[in-house]
Design a protein around this ligand. Structure first.
Ligand SMILES: Cc1cc2nc3c(=O)[nH]c(=O)nc-3n(C[C@H](O)[C@H](O)[C@H](O)COP(=O)(O)O)c2cc1C
Length: 333
């Protein structure tokens, strides 16, 4: 049945709601991906940094709970340059178990495109600037995700980042001129029916949702982090390199990281070079915070959409509410 929420994206994956779960490292495990898929959206397992054992466990869990219908997987591209064993593992599963979609973000997707195509997976590339679109098309992206700086987790730093509200329609126009068969998803700040409807109005075929689905019962995010998120409004996050330095993550420029701007972040956010030069004491405070579940020091990864997150329901409830509200908003147009 065609509804206000039927798009090329829902047609392609037989979805009832034009939403994909963001492949959030360490949060989008098998339980969340399968719950999302059962609720009628696309469930992308967060292969993240490409940990083979984690990917094997969580992807297998997603399949056992759902079957392959609407299950995919995502990886951080620059990390695959060091170790692509988890990518190769999902691509060499029996054809019926392979991801329906494989998402790559943050780096050059071209070295991995041929093997993804050979495995029969739809390639999704997440980009942050218009100038990255030609490279994604050269890699054969079937779907491009336009990620705005509002997004939780990694994305472009303030000098280079784009806002979802302007980036999505500009990329929609560019794609309709240069590659009209390529689908477009919006990412960054989409967390309820209003923002989903807005993404569709801006010209996207759907939305990639991170922060809102991170704050669900099935998400693998720590409970203390979810609780902190519920009590944080949209003013309470910031982008910087602070948590990457504290976590010993060697992210290449120009990417940085949005999370809740907690006490430890505030201590270092104006002194990034000093933190980089001598991180030991701050790392000790961070590690102790993680061990104790103390989110004044440990990080909680969410974007500006955290201001729209007031509870921690199950994923099906989130998606049902988004669906109903988006439909009402679009019906009112
Ligand atoms: C906890 C968390 C972890 C994330 N990890 C990844 C990741 O491993 N790979 C990736 O491509 N994007 C990752 N992202 C970014 C998402 O793909 C997406 O762009 C973002 O969540 C969209 O914005 P939103 O958080 O406002 O929904 C992550 C986001 C969050 C919130």
């Amino acid at each position: 049945m065609t509804t206000a929420l039927s798009t090329r994206f829902t047609d392609r994956f037989q979805l009832s709601t034009p939403v994909a779960l963001a492949p959030m490292a360490l949060a989008s495990g098998g339980a969340l991906a399968s719950a999302t898929a059962r609720a009628g959206a696309l469930g992308l397992v967060g292969g993240g940094y490409g940990d083979l054992a984690w990917t094997q466990r969580e992807y297998t869990l997603a399949l056992s709970a759902m079957g392959t219908g609407r299950i995919g997987c995502g990886f951080i591209t620059w990390k695959l340059d060091e170790d692509a064993s988890a990518l190769d593992w999902v691509l060499h599963l029996p054809p019926e178990d392979r991801p329906r979609a494989l998402m790559l973000s943050f780096g050059d997707p071209r070295p991995y495109a041929a093997r993804i195509a050979k495995a029969g997976c739809t390639l999704i590339c997440q980009i942050q600037r218009l100038e990255q679109a030609p490279l994604a098309l050269e890699a054969g992206a079937d779907i491009i995700v336009a990620q705005g700086v509002e997004a939780g987790g990694h994305g472009m730093n303030a000098l280079n980042g784009r806002a979802t509200l302007t980036f999505v329609p500009e990329l929609a126009d560019w794609l309709s001129a240069h590659s009209p068969d390529t689908l477009l998803l919006a990412a960054g700040g989409i967390a309820d029916g209003r923002t989903l409807a807005a993404a569709l109005v801006l010209g996207a075929d759907g939305a990639l949702v991170g922060s809102r689905l991170w704050a669900t019962t099935e998400s693998l995010a720590p409970e203390g982090a979810k609780t902190q998120a519920v009590h944080t409004d949209g003013d309470g996050t910031a982008r910087s390199a602070v948590f990457d330095i504290l976590r010993r993550k060697n992210w290449p420029a120009p990417y940085d990281f949005r999370a809740i701007r907690n006490e430890l972040h505030r201590t270092w956010e104006e002194r990034i070079d000093a933190l980089r030069a001598a991180p030991e004491a701050a790392r000790a405070a961070y590690d102790a915070g993680v061990a104790a579940g103390d989110y004044r020091f440990a990080h909680a990864t969410v974007g500006e959409a955290v201001g729209l997150v007031h509870d921690v329901p199950d994923a099906a409830t989130v998606l049902q509410q988004m669906h109903t509200e988006a439909q009402q908003r679009l019906g009112e147009r």
